[in-house]
Design a protein around this ligand. Structure first.
Ligand code: SF4
Length: 390
């Protein structure tokens, strides 16, 4: 007969993965990828392996309020085997409206049973914002308002993970003109032990890494002043962007499909919000690491930042100038103000890069003339300054 310890291990993460057909090689690779996602030294992969072999799966309840289910899709849609497949096995899924088999009162009983029987031990994952206007009538589930459910469920949880910008910051439902009084889970239920995995949607790899961090180190990862994990939001996209050298050289796409676009130049003038956005998109990427928006030629839309959408639209317009911020100011330091600072930042760059631009333009035009192609309109110092201030 198995000992209690053996019974516990049988319920653990690794046995669950094995039962779903995950090979030992895939498991070790997953642990290595998680160490990378957490920005840990490679040697930490062994520690993650040991932790996940012994860890029991925490129960999770996933609440959906004012949302599009995009974060659910991001977490669960993937090819096999993948990081997001692993998420299913890292957790014991007690309640998730979109994927659970029970419906109606049976489904709500699963939630109530978890709250009653595992008080202070389960993870609450919240997707979507919470409407507070008019008594919360704009989002009700099973006859209860979202705020009522959130207060009870998150208030009794071990910790709450807000997935997506709607749950983390209010998102699109909280944009100007909204009538529902939408707020984030942190605003709706103050005082929670909370981590914000913002972005629209959040990357499933970051959810897996957050859970792996908790299972390995028995605590949630360190966060920035917006409650976002530093491993995912510690750096600006602009600082890790493969097009950054073109920004520094003053080489900008001027028009969709122009030669600069074909050559992979910087998308700042096409409205890229990468300089104002803290996220690990360049490192983790999407669709099992296949690519990411800037990688396929579209600017960053700043979806991981507070006040997305209002502060980051129009998506294709260069951000306005707000003088006073330097090139190394981060989005989290100045909030949305830095988005506007990008214009000023580029003005400064234009001055520094002006001489280089002229040389680059001459060299490029000579090269393209020699090859018989049309010349590329490389911005001069003067035009960059004008556009940067527009
Ligand atoms: S502005 Fe956008 S495309 Fe250009 S370097 Fe920065 S993040 Fe990359």
């Amino acid at each position: 007969m198995a000992s209690p310890r053996e019974d516990q291990l049988a319920q653990g993460v690794w046995p669950a993965l094995r039962r779903r057909g995950v090979s030992r090689r895939e498991f070790l690779k997953f642990c290595s990828v998680m160490a990378g996602a957490l920005a840990l030294p490679h040697t930490y992969a062994d520690r993650i392996v040991q932790a996940l072999e012994a860890a029991t799966r925490p129960a999770v309840v996933w609440l959906e309020f004012q949302d599009c289910a995009g974060n659910t899709e991001s977490a669960l849609r993937a090819s096999h085997p993948s990081i997001t497949d692993m998420i299913l096995d890292l957790l014991s899924w007690n309640y998730h409206e979109t994927i659970m088999a029970p419906a109606g009162t049976a489904a709500e009983k699963s939630l109530q049973d978890t709250i009653a029987q595992q008080k202070g031990q389960y993870l609450a994952i919240v997707e979507g914002s919470i409407p507070l206007a008019d008594g919360g009538v704009y989002c009700t589930i099973g006859g209860r308002t979202a705020i009522d459910i959130a207060q009870e469920t998150c208030g009794n949880a071990l910790a709450t993970i807000a997935v997506g910008t709607c749950a983390a910051f209010g998102g699109i439902p909280a944009a100007a003109g909204g009538i529902t009084g939408a707020v984030s889970i942190g605003q709706a239920v103050p005082g929670l032990k909370l981590i914000n995995l913002s972005a629209c949607p959040m990357n499933g790899a970051n959810l897996a890494a957050t859970i792996v961090h908790y299972l390995t180190f028995k605590e949630l990862p360190a966060t920035d002043n917006l409650g976002r994990p530093l491993f995912a939001h510690g750096d600006r996209i602009h600082d890790n962007c493969p097009r950054r050298a073109h920004y520094d050289a003053g080489q900008f796409v001027q028009e969709w499909g122009d030669q600069g676009h074909q050559l992979g130049w910087c998308l700042y003038k096409m409205g890229c919000k990468g300089p104002a956005t803290n996220y690990n998109c360049p490192r983790v990427q999407w669709n099992d690491g296949t690519n990411w928006p800037i990688g396929v030629g579209h600017g960053c839309v700043g979806c991981a930042q507070p006040q997305f959408w209002d502060a980051m639209t129009p998506f294709y317009r260069q951000l306005p100038t707000v003088p006073g911020f330097g090139v190394e100011v981060t989005a989290q330091d100045v909030g949305i103000g830095v988005a506007a600072a990008v214009g000023a930042l580029t003005v400064g760059h234009a001055v520094v890069a002006g001489v280089r631009n002229a040389r680059t333009a001459r060299a490029t035009n000579q090269a393209t003339a020699a090859s018989g192609n049309a010349t590329i309109a490389v911005p001069t110092n003067e035009t960059q300054t004008t556009e940067g201030q527009s």
